[in-house]
Design a protein around this ligand. Structure first.
Ligand code: NDP
Ligand code: 2IT
Length: 451
């Protein structure tokens, strides 16, 4: 096919939208990658000929199933379960499970698509997948959560396995849920294998898995700043979320001398002008992880400000870590952050900044680490949990911390390699991550031919 015969980006996107109607988050994620990849492959005929991007944007397979369970009052409840197996060109499908009432096919397809590039960036042998359910764990007893997880795994177990597809946690799926899911997999199959990551330390979990995503997002910021001779020490930081990613991002920022002034949950945000220190963070961990309650109690305990039903993006700060959910920073909020002195953004959550907002950050030359690079530390340690399970050993905390640090630095450097522009010192980390993530998957697919 001659170069002039290629479909262009707009044609590609209109075809994708026609084939996947109404899936706005999926369209958004594909567009972000395609706009950079199209430019990169302009003169690379083989990727056009082999229809690589078109194939990565068509999941290998999607499994959708009914999940019935009984609540504590004896009522039969019905939810929908999903697993999107997007691409296994470079390793078994790998990616989290999300339990949240907003879960639908568009969200899981965007997450599985993103995961494919993220996992490639880690340079570990993992393909991309994502799954979950519209089940809402909030307000459910632990017994109800257990019965739901058991019913969910009673279908999912047929489709996963340590060399096939290895799920992990995401929103609403933490250590408790992984324990229930693993227990049921083991009961159904009579196999003790590394079929899930994020497991408890007693049954094959890896040191620092729970810290890895948040720490990694902060390391990415550290590396972007270091390239400019700057550091996190003394900088005012705004974080959203108060879950797994946000908590350990906060912990690492505090260790590095930054001042965390906000955290949030689905009901609002806290602003603590004195900074959230290690003791106050321990209060938040107990509040959110053990007692599963709202952040307003933090404000009462420490005399901080609490803003119900608001997001923390109008607060003056230098560094921003969105760690809650997708599209939680609008374009207007991005502009307000830029106006208020923001110099760096590291996306702990997946796709938290709207497309136009990313554009504005990049145009304003704010250091901007996109999620597929910034939050890859979590799945990287998941990949190392798989390795440890395969050889039935556990590495030390020190060993894993060093490996995580190196993986994040390598991702940073790969983004610089593909995101630098002639005549400018500014690195477009979005382009760098999209192109660097694409290449490895694309070359593997070329090697396989048409399959
Ligand atoms: P958790 O469930 O542990 O925490 C999520 C946090 O975000 C909670 O504080 C929650 O509030 C808040 N939140 C969730 N949905 C919304 C919403 N619609 N609006 C406002 N606040 C919301 O999830 P994680 O910390 O694991 O995940 C957070 C983000 O990080 C997600 O985008 C996830 O995909 C991404 N991620 C997670 C990784 C991991 O290893 N866990 C790895 C890479 C990315 P509340 O407490 O009220 O529920
Ligand atoms: O979005 C993500 O990278 C995750 N939720 C973690 C996936 C994993 O397999 O550890």
């Amino acid at each position: 096919m001659a170069v002039s015969d290629h479909v262009d980006l707009e044609q590609f996107m209109s075809g994708l939208k026609r084939r996947n109607p109404g899936e706005t988050e999926f369209h958004q994620a594909v567009y972000e990658v395609a706009s950079n990849v199209y430019e990169y492959i302009q003169d690379k005929e083989i990727y056009h000929e082999m229809q690589i991007l078109r194939r990565i944007a068509e999941p290998d397979r999607i499994i959708i199933f009914r999940v019935c369970w009984e609540d504590d009052n004896g009522n039969i409840r019905v939810n929908r379960g999903y697993r999107v197996q997007n691409n296994n060109a470079i390793g078994p499908y790998k990616g989290g499970l999300r339990f949240h009432p907003s879960v639908n096919l568009s969200i899981l397809k965007f997450l599985a698509f993103e995961q494919t590039f993220k996992n490639s960036l880690t340079d570990l042998p993992m393909g991309g997948g994502k799954g979950g359910s519209d089940f809402n764990p909030k307000g459910k007893s632990s017994n109800e959560v257990m019965r739901f997880c058991q019913s969910f795994m009673t279908e999912l177990y047929r489709h996963v396995g340590d060399d096939i597809d290895v799920p992990a946690g995401d929103i609403g799926v933490g250590a408790r849920e992984i324990g229930y899911l693993f227990g049921q997999y083991k009961r159904l199959t009579n196999r003790f294998s590394g079929v899930l990551t994020g497991k408890g330390m007693e049954f094959g979990g890896s040191p620092i898995r729970k810290e890895a995503t948040g720490y990694g997002a902060v390391y990415m910021m550290q590396d972007m700043l270091a390239r400019r001779g700057d550091a996190i020490d003394g900088k005012k930081c705004a974080i959203s979320g108060a879950g797994n990613v946000a908590i350990y991002a906060a912990e690492k920022i505090i260790q590095l001398g930054g001042k965390v002034v906000t955290m949030s949950d689905s009901s609002g945000y806290i602003y603590d002008a004195n900074g959230i220190d290690a003791d106050k963070l321990n209060f938040i961990i107990d509040l959110k992880v053990n007692r599963r309650r709202g952040l307003s109690e933090y404000a009462k305990e420490f005399g901080a400000d609490y803003f119900a039903n608001e997001r923390p993006w109008n607060v003056p700060c230098e560094l921003v870590f969105p760690c809650a959910t997708q599209n939680e920073v609008s374009r207007a909020e991005a502009q307000s952050l830029i106006k208020n002195g923001c110099i760096g953004v590291s996306e702990g959550a997946n796709m938290p900044v709207e497309q136009d907002g990313i554009h504005d950050f990049v145009a304003a030359k704010v250091l901007f680490a996109p999620s597929k690079a910034a939050n890859a530390g979590g799945v990287a340690i998941s990949g190392l949990e798989m390795s440890q399970n395969s050889v039935r050993i556990t590495w030390s905390v020190d060993e894993l911390e060093q490996r995580l640090r190196k993986i994040m630095l390598d991702i940073h450097d790969r983004c610089v390699e593909y995101g630098s522009q002639a005549g400018s010192d500014y690195v477009d980390y979005v382009r760098g991550a999209n192109v660097a993530g694409f290449i490895k998957v694309a070359n593997a697919m070329v090697a396989y031919g048409v399959v």
